[in-house]
Design a protein around this ligand. Structure first.
Ligand SMILES: O=C(O)CCC(=O)C(=O)O
Length: 259
């Protein structure tokens, strides 16, 4: 599915944009089912917490900033269960893992409402679902064209290489969303990765990333899909102990998650 150049770029930078994984008909089907999920199942809140909010946003925007989210869309919609088992994507993930077997771990909707859709502070995804080793890749399915105006993904190239970094998770005795110190990790120094609807941006569980606030008058709709080598052991966090669908190859003997 992927060229050697694409695979090399992923290993060097820790992220890769894959163009046109989904056809326009498939994107339309995902959008239509998403409309139902938004009405019936999704939650809108102020989003992630922490002192970074006052650095990334003015007091007014910080007060109004919102994030709409939902986990595991593929449990609620056939368009989404087809999307996460898409064979072009599964083969691309197998190419990047360097393994024939790929297991679905989770899906998570991140929908930025117009004008004040929440920015994301720089972070790795490993604090949310710790795994051993490097056999875990996140794939972000784009339902809208993105750029810095509506909060496209931004990455620190090469930041995956050293594995997990300790994040700030508590401030003055209060739990906050895991994030990296804003004085050491600056969003404005990261690489923007704009994309078109139907593209997928993949990145290592360890690649540092974030995004700006959505300043447009339109929603920005992205869904993250986590995939792993079924032999990669989960240590903590989201969906711990839950076996996922095998989307490429087979589950090797002994790889059923028991904890
Ligand atoms: O939706 C975004 O802009 C960022 C998403 C993100 O950071 C993540 O999925 O880990």
């Amino acid at each position: 599915m992927l060229t050697q150049e694409q695979i090399g770029s992923y290993h060097q930078n820790g992220y890769l944009r894959i163009r046109g994984v989904y056809s326009s008909d498939e994107v339309e089907a995902m959008r239509a089912d998403l409309d139902h999920l938004l009405q019936d199942w999704a939650t809108t809140s102020a989003g992630w917490s922490g002192p970074w909010r006052h650095i990334y946003m003015s007091p007014d925007v910080e007060q109004r900033s919102r994030l709409t989210h939902l986990h595991d869309l593929h449990f609620y919609s056939s368009a989404w269960s087809q999307a996460v088992t898409n064979q072009r994507l599964a083969e691309a993930i197998a190419d990047l893992l360097g393994e024939p077997n790929v297991e679905l771990h989770h899906t998570t909707l991140h929908l930025k409402p117009p004008e004040t859709g929440m920015p994301f502070p720089l972070h790795q995804d490993s604090p949310f679902y710790r795994h051993e080793g490097f056999g875990y890749i996140d794939a972000v399915v784009h339902l809208d064209d993105t750029n810095d105006e509506n909060g496209c993904l931004r990455f620190v190239a090469g930041s995956h290489a050293g594995g997990h970094i300790e994040h700030i998770t508590e401030v003055d005795g209060t739990s906050v969303s895991p994030h990296l110190p804003t004085d050491e990790w600056r969003l404005e120094e990261t690489e923007p990765v704009d994309a078109k609807a139907g593209d997928v941006v993949v990145f290592s569980i360890y690649t540092v990333h974030g995004s700006y606030v959505n300043r447009t008058d339109r929603w920005r709709r992205l869904v993250r899909v986590g995939y792993r080598d079924p032999l990669t052991k989960q240590l903590d966090g989201q969906a711990l102990g839950r076996a996922g669908l095998i989307v490429a190859g087979v589950r090797p003997a002994g790889a059923l998650k028991a904890s």
